[in-house]
Ligand binder design. Structure first.
Ligand code: PMP
Ligand code: GLU
Length: 392
């Protein structure tokens, strides 16, 4: 057999695959409305572009950096932590890499031995489970309930815990559900993790994208003990409209951070230097465009959410953050005679020409995901097409 068992057991990222399929159909001349990718439709703010160009023109971007990232960028991240998490960090507590996605992979490579378990409440973002498998760890998933707004409880976590549990993963605000854990919920989970010496992997990438008065509490800010137990994953892709620059970072225990830097030194060497200069400007420069983009997402959510709930058979809880709607489509599938949500999503693509992501990839067999990181006209038209499809 040519391929490794590791890669044979992996799934391709369903979000990227759904986007590629929508693009391929569009290239054939089909009029596809794509709500697949979680990627802001805005250009990277001008001040960030200019800082990047300057680093190219004056030669700074020509060279490798230290594997873990430029000291100035680590200092900018420390200031960011002080502002949004309430604590600053030392340079040896920060590592920068090629997108939060690769930073997560560097983390799993650094802490997981074959057979170690990572608790991942579902629905969850598509890459966690496969990344854990890639390092021969064991993903332990369980379904959260819609009644509890897709949030894990300590009881559920305790039921999933074994003596092999090494990490618990929390993603708040969540991709795909848009739900946010509150302080009390996080305190309970944090204390449980401390008690059982389980590392908390806090994917906070949507922490700045919260709407309608909802607030984001970082779990690592809750106590010294919880902070010591937590590795924070973050990046600039979503908040600063910088998905293509591939900037991610982790903050936490220096030993783990140092191990992640070692993984980077033997794989990518360092995050592309020009992106590091861009990230410094993103984190330390003018922040006004960030709020403009956040407000645009909020307006889209508030416009599109009621319209989506008018689509027959679609029932969604109103998200608090990120930029996804995650309706339960069980009734819609029944109405149209489908039992498999991936087939249902394909039918929507073929017949309504609206590209969504199947919930199956997120561990949610009754849901589909719509990204509202796209313009309002496209969103309204897509929901109109969905309604027409369901009413046919
Ligand atoms: N975590 C979550 C929950 C995400 O939705 C994404 C989206 N790409 C990432 C991590 C990775 O982001 P990036 O690699 O662009 O930094
Ligand atoms: N995180 C985004 C999404 O869920 C981008 C694609 C990906 O990395 O999965 O759509």
């Amino acid at each position: 057999m040519k391929l490794s068992h590791r890669v044979m057991e992996m799934e391709e990222s369903v979000t990227l695959a759904a986007n590629a399929r929508a693009k391929a159909l569009a290239a054939e001349g089909r009029d596809i409305l794509s709500l697949t990718l979680g990627q802001p439709d805005f250009a990277t703010p001008k001040n960030i572009q200019e800082a990047a160009v300057a680093s190219i023109e004056d030669g700074r971007a020509s060279f490798y950096t230290v594997a873990s990232g430029l000291p100035e960028l680590k200092d900018a991240i420390s200031d960011y932590m002080k502002q949004f998490y309430g604590y600053a960090v030392n340079r040896n507590e920060v590592v920068v890499g090629t997108g939060a996605k690769f930073i997560l992979y560097a983390f799993f490579t650094s802490v997981i031995n074959p057979g170690d378990e990572v608790i991942i409440p579902t629905p969850c973002w598509v890459s966690y489970v496969d990344q854990v498998k890639m390092v021969e760890g064991t993903p332990v998933t369980f379904q959260t309930t819609e009644e509890n707004h897709f949030k894990a409880t300590v009881e559920q976590l305790e039921a999933a815990r074994t003596d092999k549990t090494k990490v618990v993963l929390l993603n708040s605000p969540s991709n795909p559900t848009g739900m946010i854990y509150n302080k009390e919920e996080l305190e309970a989970i944090g204390n449980w993790a401390v008690e059982h010496d389980i590392l908390i992997l806090a994917d906070d990438i949507y922490g700045r994208l919260v709407y309608n008065g909802n607030t984001f509490t970082p779990i690592s800010s809750l106590s010294e003990a919880i902070r010591k137990q937590t590795i924070v994953i973050n990046g600039v892709s979503k908040t600063y409209a910088m998905t293509g620059w591939r900037v991610g970072f982790a903050v936490g225990d220096p030993e783990i951070i140092g191990a992640m830097a070692k993984v980077i030194s033997q794989t990518t060497s360092n995050l592309t230097t020009v992106s590091q200069y861009a990230a410094i400007e993103a984190l330390t420069g003018d922040q006004s465009s960030i709020e403009i983009m956040r407000q645009a997402f909020e307006e889209r959510l508030n416009t599109i959410y009621p319209l989506l709930n008018e689509v027959p058979g679609f029932e969604a809880i109103k998200p608090q953050g990120a930029f996804y709607l995650f309706p339960n489509v069980k009734k819609a599938m029944e109405m149209k005679g489908y039992s498999d949500v991936t087939e249902f999503t394909t039918a929507i693509l073929e017949e309504a020409e609206v590209a969504l992501v199947t919930g199956a990839g997120f561990g949610a067999p009754e849901n589909v995901r719509l990204s509202y990181a796209t313009d309002l006209d496209t969103l309204k038209e897509a929901v109109r097409c969905l309604k027409a499809f369901m009413e046919k």
